[in-house]
Design a protein around this ligand. Structure first.
Ligand code: RIB
Length: 304
C-alpha cells in the first residue's frame, strides 16, 4: 500500500465514568465508587490508537463550541493527530457518554450524541482532499449513516481501503449500497449476530456468521471476541487468532484500540493475520487500565 495516511471519521465524546460493583438493572439505583471524566468517543479512540501505535492520522469529526470540545481538540493535537477537520459547532454540546464499569471490567454505555449528530456530507466534501491522500479510511456508527455512506463512496473511489467498525449497531440493517463500499468490517460477537441473523455461540456459528456477512457484500470480516481474541476467514477456512490472557480492569475502548492497531499494521503492509495479532496485543494491554484514551498503549509498549 503506497498511501500510508489513515483517516478516521467518527465521534468524539467526553466519558463520565463511575466504577460500580454491578451494572444497574432497570429501575435500580446503585451507589458506585470513584468518578472520572475521560476523553472518549469511538472515533476519537480509534484515531488516538492509530496515532499512538505509529500511524499517520487525520480525524474528521464535530465537537461542540464548549470546554469539552476545546479540550478534545487540543489533546488530539497533542497526540500528533491532524485536527483540521474537527469542527467546533455552535449551539450544540460535545458528545457525552455515561459509563458504569463493573468489577469484571464490563461496562454499559449511553451516548448523548450532541455535535456528533451534526457531522454532515458537507464535512466529508470539505475533507475530500484528505480522504484522497488516505491509504485507509476507518469509521464506526456513532455519526449519521448518510454521512458515512457518502464518505465510504468517496474513499472507495479514491482507492482507499475502507474499514468499518459497526458499533453501535443500528436498529435497521445496514444498506447494501453502504456495505458494497466496505472492504473490511470488524463486528464483535453481538454485532455479528445482529448483522448476520445467526446467533453467534462457538466457532461453527462464528464461521457461519462470517460467511453470511461476506454475502452481504463485505469480503473481509473479522469477528472480535473479547478475551478469546478474533476470528477471520481465509479461503473458506476459519482462522482463530487468540488473545493473550490479561487481568481485565476495564474493557472500554478495547474494540477501538483493536481497530486502530489493525489499521496501522495494514498501512505498514502486514497481512490480515499479522494485523490481527498486533491488534490483539494492543487491545489486551488496553483492558488492563481504566478509561478510553487513557488505556490505549503506545507502540513502544507493544514492542517490549
Ligand atoms: O467504545 C468506547 C466508546 O464508546 C467510549 O469512549 C464512549 O465515548 C462511546 O463512544
Amino acid at each position: 500500500m503506497e498511501k500510508r495516511k489513515i483517516v478516521v471519521i467518527g465521534s468524539c465524546n467526553t466519558d463520565m465514568v463511575i466504577r460500580v460493583d454491578h451494572l444497574p438493572l432497570p429501575g435500580e439505583t446503585i451507589i458506585g465508587y470513584d468518578f472520572m471524566t475521560n476523553q472518549g468517543g469511538k472515533g476519537a479512540n480509534q484515531a488516538v490508537a492509530v496515532a499512538r501505535l505509529g500511524g499517520d492520522t487525520a480525524f474528521v469529526a464535530r465537537v461542540g463550541k464548549d470546554g469539552f470540545g476545546e479540550q478534545s481538540i487540543s489533546l488530539l493535537r497533542a497526540e500528533g493527530i491532524d485536527t483540521s477537520h474537527v469542527t467546533p459547532t455552535e449551539g450544540v454540546a460535545t458528545g457525552v457518554a455515561l459509563i458504569p464499569v463493573d468489577e469484571k471490567g464490563e461496562n454499559s454505555i449511553i451516548v448523548a450524541s450532541g455535535a456528533n449528530a451534526k457531522l454532515s456530507i458537507e464535512d466529508i466534501k470539505a475533507a475530500e482532499p484528505l480522504i484522497r491522500e488516505a491509504g485507509i479510511v476507518l469509521m464506526q456508527l456513532e455519526t449519521p449513516l448518510e454521512t458515512l455512506m457518502y464518505a465510504a463512496e468517496v474513499a472507495r473511489k479514491a482507492g482507499a481501503l475502507v474499514v468499518l467498525n459497526p458499533a453501535p449497531f443500528p436498529k435497521d440493517p445496514l444498506p447494501e449500497s453502504f456495505l458494497s463500499n466496505i472492504d473490511l468490517i470488524t463486528p464483535n460477537e453481538t454485532e455479528a449476530s445482529r448483522m448476520s441473523g445467526i446467533e453467534v455461540a462457538g466457532e461453527e456459528t462464528i464461521h457461519q456468521a462470517i460467511r453470511a456477512i461476506q454475502q452481504l457484500g463485505v469480503r473481509n470480516v473479522i469477528i472480535t471476541a473479547g478475551g478469546k481474541g478474533a476470528y477471520t476467514d481465509s479461503d473458506g477456512q476459519l482462522i482463530h487468532l487468540p488473545a493473550s490472557k490479561t487481568e481485565v480492569v476495564d474493557t472500554t475502548a478495547a474494540g477501538d484500540t483493536f481497530c486502530g492497531a489493525l489499521c496501522v499494521a495494514l498501512s505498514e503492509g502486514c497481512s490480515l493475520s499479522d494485523g490481527i495479532r498486533f491488534a490483539n496485543r494492543a487491545a489486551a494491554i488496553s483492558v488492563t487500565r481504566m478509561g478510553a484514551w487513557r488505556s490505549i498503549p503506545r507502540r513502544q509498549e507493544l514492542l517490549q
